[in-house]
Ligand binder design. Structure first.
Ligand SMILES: [Mg+2]
Length: 414
């Protein structure tokens, strides 16, 4: 089997409402690039990566000549061809490598009649539990609905998601409003769901003293972990020394050098593995195996996926033993997907690991065309800008918080 063609198609898919986060906002939609690798025996493997448009298009075009004629089974050869450690100093292609690895694994699974989880050692679980992943949200610019800003709105939103999808673990995406307000929000969730588990992630925006104060103020709750309260290994280590909750990161341990550093001098207890950030599913499995040896736990991280990347997260979650926590996904925030059959379903807070060969998802060509057209109309959006605070820029640590009393609706094209 040889690679015959490589295609990258940017799409934008609507969200229920704009999602606010510490670095800015998802402006009512996600922008993703769908990657297709076609082989000489007529198979098409699927990959996905964040962002879209010209830069991704150019990057994939540039790689095409070195991938044509290659065997998708030779994944280590492809890794070194695309992103060897020293060439990567000049061309950071980790996320591109990830999208190509997804597509190659999908091809191998189809060719050999096995789901990707079987290629990776075989599944230990058939369903992956997910957390509710609660964002503060602006109201939808067209409908005016969907705002999450006040304590009551946040708890009502969590109740709705729990009743729709069955979540029993809740993650608050924080770092938007002043920390004392977000502490009230987190404690309101704890009071509303006394049987459920909780986690909070302010995306490294707090100074170390607030990380410690906040951590100590929630030690009595049913926490899964405390995710990236501050930036940097040393900052995390300071918080970890003073707070009795496991610390988790998807920020300071995102490659093997950092994983080694964290093992030699621990700063975090839970490594949240992102199939995109780490360059594919296989490096995540390898990292999980290293973590297992050193008795560190892992989580499955979400960087804003459509169904293809969600499938990679499900196959990863299926094969790693040291996964005691519900996975994260932005997926339930999406209004639609580009895969056949529409969005995957949550049942009892979990999604079934696809059982058909490869990643187990196929493209709905009509949807891809529709959301490619929408991308052409709307283009990309600035992830690190807040539509209602044009003069604001995210700083780490931050002190210029959004105002929880501000109920304006951003007028952004949808
Ligand atoms: Mg995070």
């Amino acid at each position: 089997m040889k690679i015959k063609d490589l295609r990258a198609t940017p799409v934008t898919v609507p969200l229920e409402a704009p999602l606010r986060h510490a670095n800015g906002c998802h402006w009512g939609r996600f922008v993703r690039t769908i990657v297709e690798i076609e082989t000489d025996n007529g198979l098409v493997g699927l990959g996905e990566m964040g962002g879209g448009g010209e830069s991704n298009d150019v990057a994939f075009r540039a790689l095409k000549s070195s991938l044509l004629g290659q065997d998708p089974a030779r994944l280590e050869e492809l890794r070194l061809r695309i992103a060897n450690p020293t060439a990567s100093l000049y061309n950071n292609r980790t996320q591109i490598l990830a999208a190509i690895e997804f597509a190659c694994l999908d091809l191998l699974g189809q060719a050999w009649g096995a789901p990707v989880s079987e290629l990776l050692g075989g599944r230990l679980r058939d369903r992956i539990p997910f957390a509710s992943y609660l964002f503060f949200r602006y109201a939808h610019p067209k409908t005016g609905a969907g705002e999450v800003r006040t304590l009551d709105q946040l708890v009502a939103h969590a109740r709705r998601l729990k009743s729709l999808h069955g979540f029993s673990s809740h993650k608050l995406k924080a770092g938007v409003f002043p920390p004392h307000y977000e502490l009230e929000c987190y404690r309101a969730l704890a009071a509303a769901f006394p049987e459920d588990r909780l986690r909070i992630d302010p995306n490294c925006t707090w100074p170390a003293d607030w990380g410690i104060r906040f951590g100590r103020a929630i030690e009595d709750l049913n926490n899964d972990y405390f995710e990236d309260p501050v930036f940097g290994m040393e900052g995390m280590r300071r918080v970890r020394e003073r707070v009795k909750i496991p610390l988790a990161t998807n920020t300071v341990v995102v490659n093997f050098e950092q994983l080694a550093a964290n093992i030699l001098k621990p700063a975090v207890d839970v490594v949240l593995l992102d199939t995109t950030f780490w360059g594919g599913i296989r490096p995540c499995v390898k990292a999980a195996n290293v973590c297992e040896t050193f008795q560190l736990d892992i989580g499955v991280h979400s960087s804003g996926e459509l169904g293809i990347q969600l499938a990679t997260m499900l196959h990863l979650g299926a094969v790693v033993p040291n996964l005691p926590y519900a996975a994260d996904a932005h997926y339930h925030e999406l209004a639609d997907d580009v895969i056949e059959g529409g969005k995957m379903k949550y049942e009892g807070g979990a999604i079934a690991v696809p059982a058909s060969p490869g990643l187990g998802v196929r493209l709905d060509r009509k949807k891809v065309a529709e959301y490619h057209e929408l991308y052409k109309r709307l283009g990309s959006y600035p992830y690190d800008r807040d539509p209602l605070r044009p003069d604001w820029a995210p700083t780490i640590p931050n002190e210029r918080w959004a105002d929880p009393a501000d109920s304006r609706i951003p007028q952004i094209p949808q």
